[in-house]
Write a protein of this length. Sequence first.
Length: 114
Amino acid sequence: VQLQASGGGLVQPGGSLRLSCAASESIFGLNIMSWYRQAPGKERENVASILNSGSTHYAVSVKGRFTISRDNAKNTVYLQMNSLKPEDTAVYYCKTIRGGFAYWGQGTQVTVSS
């Protein structure tokens, strides 16, 4: 499965962005879809995950500000990011797991700066 992330850009602190992750095939059978991010000099971290059941998990640092959702009909996962902070600056990646293998998108840059 191929994943294509998009929607990144430059935004001022307090602003919003919505990231999209489009899959090359149906995501209905993909139980977990996730967003990760990696800032310069830091390890990649899990930001948010969503199961097929709709259950979600968020990193403490983004809880209450970010919302992950999935549209199985459009084979797309979204990450709505509100109240953005400079520390949210990173390359954001989407990820899924199928058959025990991890599949990553190419990443989209999010920069939060005034």
